[in-house]
Every structure is written in C-alpha cells, then in structure tokens.
Design a protein around this ligand. Sequence first.
Ligand SMILES: CC(=O)SCCNC(=O)CCNC(=O)[C@H](O)C(C)(C)COP(=O)(O)OP(=O)(O)OC[C@H]1O[C@@H](n2cnc3c(N)ncnc32)[C@H](O)[C@@H]1OP(=O)(O)O
Length: 186
Amino acid sequence: MTEKEKMLSGLMYQAWDAELLDERQKAKELCYKLNHLSPSQPQVRKALISELLGLESDASLESPFNCDYGYNIKAGKGFYANHGCTILDCAPIHIGDNCLLAPGVVISTAVHPLDPVERASGEEFAKSITIGNDVWFGANVTVCPGVTIGDNVVVGAGSVVNKDLPSNTVCVGAPAKPIKEIAPKP
Ligand SMILES: CC(=O)SCCNC(=O)CCNC(=O)[C@H](O)C(C)(C)COP(=O)(O)OP(=O)(O)OC[C@H]1O[C@@H](n2cnc3c(N)ncnc32)[C@H](O)[C@@H]1OP(=O)(O)O
C-alpha cells in the first residue's frame, strides 16, 4: 500500500512521503494563483477552482482559500466559501448542495498522534467528514475530523463541531450543540 492509499483509507501514513509532498505542492501552487487573482478575472478563477477540485465545479472560493490536496473536497452544487477558509482534506470531505462557509471557517480531517515521539515522526491519519445539504457555517467555525453534519443545519459563529450534528437544527458553542430546530426544507 502506498502512503497515499493509507491516507485515503484512514490508516496511519507518513505525511512527508514524496508523492504526497508533490500533490500538496501542486495544490499550494493552485491556491497561490487563486489567491493572487484580480477580482476582475472570474473566468480564470472558475478554471483554477475546477483544476484544484479536480472536476468541473460551480464552487465559489473567495481569497484567501487554502487546502492540502483539493481533490478530496467533494462539494455539491452552489458551494460558497467566504474569505479566509482553510480545508485540510487529507481524507474525503463530502459536502452537499447549497452549503455556505462564512469567513475564517476551518474544516480539518487531519489527526496527529497524542504521543509526542510518534507525532514528531511525521506519522498521522485522517478521518473523513460529511456535511449535508443546505448547511451554513458562521464565521470562524471549526469542524473537527470524523464528524457528520445533517441537512439544513446552521452552525453559529465561533463554534467548534467535534461531534455529529442532527438535521434541521441551529447549533452553537464549543462543543457545538443543537439549541433549536429549523423547519425541514419543503
Ligand atoms: C457566507 C457567510 O456566511 S457570511 C456571513 C457571516 N455571518 C456570520 O458568521 C453570522 C453567524 N450567525 C450566528 O452565529 C447567529 O448567532 C445565529 C445564526 C447562530 C443566530 O441564530 P438564531 O437562531 O437567530 O439565534 P439567537 O440569536 O436567537 O440566539 C439563540 C441563543 O443562542 C446564543 N447564540 C447565538 N449565536 C451564538 C454563537 N455563535 N455562539 C454561541 N451562542 C450563540 C444566543 O446568545 C442565544 O442564547 P440565549 O438564549 O441564552 O440568549
């Protein structure tokens, strides 16, 4: 098994592996180009976003936007990320349709070992994240590895999502918890 295959399978892998370093370098080059584009170049932006995500996409990513690989961000229609979002996509991140990220949102699949010797060795692993349709993250929300968020969920500004969140809810806090229900989409 290659280090990439281990990473995508949720197994411990070596992050400084040459193939992974090369792929991160390519994603960083694309993010750099995206982050230095003039707002008057929407067609170039659209092409760069599709190249970064590895598929034809209608996603809008405001600058600065940063991610590790790009191809693991599997966003549905109408995905919008406001300024300053970071997505550490070492494992797949499934995002439904019509999801909005406010400025400063961090979504991270990456996990480092708690043991300091193991951590310093470069070994790490990643847990996939699933986000439903019609989800809105307020400013500076952090989504931790491995969580599943249902459909039609609003997460309040500054919240930390470290456990699954149910559909049709407003959730706030660190850790984020449901505080009220929202009517399901008709
Ligand atoms: C693409 C873009 O998104 S750009 C726009 C960026 N905008 C933002 O980031 C704004 C995000 N909005 C919020 O965080 C809002 O507070 C919302 C959406 C969660 C408010 O939801 P509402 O259902 O209107 O909640 P409401 O204001 O009635 O508050 C309900 C309770 O939750 C608390 N609360 C609301 N937001 C938060 C929060 N972010 N963190 C902690 N507690 C919160 C309130 O203090 C209140 O508590 P109380 O009952 O003890 O007084």
